[in-house]
Design a binder for this molecule. Structure first.
Ligand SMILES: [Zn+2]
Length: 244
């Protein structure tokens, strides 16, 4: 209370350690700094502080360069760099350890997504397997899902050729294996078949999202809607600002 989530995110002001790295004057040191930053963002870093907060920052040069031809595709009408934002997100991994993941979302969605993941982390009740930029999987959604990776921005089309809400940074996928996408006989990822029907979904399975839990409530508070409520197909991993 009192402090708005957006203030708690502290855009531009909180990542002094990384910022310090990036302004090294020596070109070689700068390159090393950029690589270190990428490594940190792609692999996730173990955070050691309880009470960790989601932070936000503009897309760093090294990350923007890495996104080209991966999550950002010149052939599609993708959002510009200044319309996207990088969130660094504390989460509990499947062993219960705090990690820091990376998510890229629309600037206009950053406040809502940051608040939702802050609520999830603060609850201590939900675990996330992995949260790396989808660029580590070449921007390939199937590979990211198979790796049980939680992700957001990916400028891609849907199976029907329309722009995905992920293409605008307006959707998040969480633990795709425990929360698969299903349409008819199709389940993605394949490992999600164990969890792709209502009868297979239980609150006590680690990483599973169920109606009314901390995850669905955190996103509902932001006005975001859950793909677990879809009728024709169902997308248990998916939250978006407009329900698509
Ligand atoms: Zn999705």
């Amino acid at each position: 209370m009192g402090l708005s989530p957006w203030r708690m995110i502290g855009i531009g002001g909180t990542n002094t350690r990384i910022g310090g790295r990036m302004i090294l004057t020596n070109r070689c040191s700068r390159a090393i700094g950029a690589i270190a930053l990428l490594f940190l963002l792609l692999t996730g870093a173990e955070a050691n502080a309880r009470g960790a907060k989601v932070t936000a920052e503009p897309i760093p040069d090294a990350v923007w360069a890495y996104m080209q031809g991966r999550s950002w595709r010149a052939e599609l009408r993708c959002p510009g760099r200044d319309q996207l934002i990088l969130l660094r997100v504390p989460y509990l991994d499947f062993d219960g350890n705090t990690q820091t993941g990376a998510l890229i979302v629309a600037s206009s969605a950053a406040k809502a997504v940051a608040a939702a993941f802050q609520d999830i982390y603060d609850s201590g009740k939900f675990r996330i397997y992995r949260m790396s930029l989808i660029d580590e999987f070449g921007g390939d959604d199937a590979r990211s899902m198979a790796a049980n990776n939680t992700s957001a921005f990916n400028c891609r089309t849907t199976d029907r050729g329309a722009m995905s809400r992920h293409a605008y940074g307006m959707a998040v996928d969480i633990n795709p294996v425990q929360n698969p996408y299903r349409e008819g006989q199709l389940t993605e990822p394949e490992a999600g078949r164990a969890y792709d029907e209502p009868s297979k979904r239980r609150r006590d399975i680690v990483g599973m999202i169920v109606d009314g839990d901390v995850v669905t409530r955190a996103f509902a508070r932001q006005g975001w809607r859950w793909g677990g409520h879809w009728k024709r197909s169902v997308d248990y991993q998916h939250f978006s600002n407009d329900g698509h």
